[in-house]
Design a binder for this molecule. Structure first.
Ligand SMILES: Cc1ncc(C[n+]2csc(CCOP(=O)(O)OP(=O)(O)O)c2C)c(N)n1
Ligand code: SF4
Length: 299
């Protein structure tokens, strides 16, 4: 690192994507979409410029949930489906940390599904990245909640009978302030969406169509995605238009829209900010301990 940037706090060394690479070799299958997501995160974080020790990656269990170990930030590869509650706890106990949550569609919307609604409505300032591959990759390709109807897997040999859940509509319905979708088939677009999501001051959700090359479907692979992905910007979508965002998100599974579906133009104060304000207020009103003891003894 030879260059420096000037910040309000003085001279700080400029960061490069390499500064976020832990050097641990990912054990993902060659060609797995998660490699692209990891590389996009390195780039987005270097542009944002917060050093690794000011960042925490929290994940659950799955191939995609291995991401914390491949970064130099603090990391917790935790318990299947429990990344969001842990991440909220981390953010509340240290609001200065930049907290990023990452994992698979199974981790987020099967076992962890109940936590998503509460994380969204509580609006803690964190970024939730789901690497959506429509299967359980780590446990060898079982049906996941985002698998399309008819998908044949080892747990649905005659084709899935169920309609998939729609992660975009799910978080929009509970009031998420930032909702986007991307794919490693569009590295520049995905990197800038990750950067925007991380900078958003509240709960931000990014669904990344990250192909599983070993158990995934043919039409979900990067080459196929390149031919059918449609940037929302090319449709003239205005991300402040919630009604239109809901309508477009309804095409999940049939259209691969990329870009920002919804960005709240007037983000409310996040939960961690509200808690901090309340704590400051309580500290101002708090009586010295001696006074409390006196009041007790006088009773
Ligand atoms: C409580 C519990 N139940 C089940 C498992 C087994 N398990 C580990 S990862 C996983 C699903 C992984 O799929 P996903 O979250 O979509 O991530 P991917 O591997 O596809 O990235 C399951 C069922 C577990 N580790 N813990
Ligand atoms: S099984 Fe699928 S999701 Fe897991 S590392 Fe391999 S390609 Fe990636």
């Amino acid at each position: 690192m030879t260059t420096t940037t000037t910040t309000g706090l003085g001279e700080a060394p400029a960061l490069s994507p390499k500064d976020f690479n832990s050097g641990l070799k990912p054990i993902w299958c060659p060609g797995c979409g998660d490699f692209g997501v990891l590389s996009g995160l390195y780039r987005a974080l270097s542009t944002i410029g917060r050093p690794p020790h000011e960042i925490a990656f929290i994940s659950g269990i799955g191939c995609s949930s291995r991401i914390p170990g491949y970064t130099t930030a603090y990391g917790f590869n935790s318990v299947h489906g429990r990344a969001l509650p842990i991440a909220q706890g981390v953010k509340l106990s240290n609001p200065d940390l930049l907290v990023i949550v990452a994992g698979g569609d199974g981790d987020g919307f099967s076992i962890g599904g109940g936590h998503v609604a509460h994380a969204v409505r509580r609006n803690t300032d964190l970024t939730y990245i789901v690497m959506d591959n429509q299967v359980y990759g780590l446990t060898k390709g079982q049906l996941s909640p985002t698998a399309p109807k008819g998908l044949k897997t080892i747990t649905s040999p005659f084709g899935s009978l169920e309609d998939p859940i729609n992660p975009l509509l799910y978080v929009l319905a509970y009031g998420a302030g930032f909702v986007a979708q991307s794919t490693p088939a569009d590295m520049p677009g995905m990197t800038s969406i990750l950067e925007e999501a991380i900078r958003y001051p509240g709960f931000a959700f990014v669904n990344i169509q990250s192909p599983c090359v070993t158990f995934g479907q043919e039409e979900q692979q990067v080459r196929a995605q390149k031919t059918h992905m449609k940037p929302l910007a090319s449709l003239g979508h205005d991300p402040s238009d919630l009604q239109k965002a809901l309508e477009l998100a309804g095409h999940y599974g049939t259209e691969l829209y990329t870009g920002v579906f919804y960005r709240n133009p007037e983000p409310p104060l996040s939960y961690d900010r509200l808690i901090r304000l309340r704590q400051d207020e309580m500290a101002k009103q708090a009586r010295p301990r001696a006074q409390i003891l006196d009041a007790y003894l006088q009773k």
